[in-house]
Design a protein around this ligand. Sequence first.
Ligand code: BG6
Length: 263
Amino acid sequence: ILKYGATIISWEIEGVEQLWLSEGAKLDGSKPVRGGIPLVFPVFGKSNEKGFENLPQHGFARNSTWEFLGQTTENPPTVQFALSPEQANEEIYSKWDNGDNDFTLFLTIQLNNDNLTTSIEVTNSDSIKSWKFNWLFHTYLKINEIEDTLVNNLPGELCYDQIISETYKESHPAIDFHQELDRIYQNVSTDKIIQVIELGKVVHNVQRENLPDIVVWNPWIEKSSNMGDFQPKDGYHKMVCIEPGHVNDFVELKPGQSWSAKQ
Ligand code: BG6
């Protein structure tokens, strides 16, 4: 885990890597990490909403150096990170409502034998002002071959397709990949476990708490060739992003209130 972005860049189960990390990812704090689990806060993508319109894509949590709070339990190994305005990337934070929103983020990462749990708690630390935010875990899962991969359990769900800028109900029995795919599945019951299936075998199960939306993304050929830090260029075969979040609308927090969620 890097302190920069509190980005998890590797997670193994019995020696087998579960996350995709670009060979061209910058790990020196010069830009958000391409791969692993970047954190998206306080906005997903770009927004014209008042207070968010000047923020760059995906906000500042992924380009801020978080404070490492330490290991909270030994078994299972659990560590915590925090971010508040003092540590936040100053230039970007000041673009969120003129840097006028006092917040505290606590990220807890727990490594179990067969799963990784990441939990987030967002607190409005202001004494008078309410504000709102999006949250998303931008998880890059490692797979062997995108064309052998299906994502399960999304039929019937409403989705906003970012490629064609249209909203529709998912009618396919499973999601398959033959070109760039960038969709926000909205308000999906957290009872549904999102499965990544490769050649008939479940290779990842994504469980959520309090994260109703799921972004499914693969950049395919053209988009990945336009990303300087996406290496190797055919790396899109080896990854799929399943990103649990609260992004379809904003979560509003009154002074002193907290919100928490996990994947
Ligand atoms: C995804 C978005 O979450 O992140 C995509 O749905 C976007 O539209 C992708 O391209 C990567 O974003 P970035 O800012 O890391 O290049």
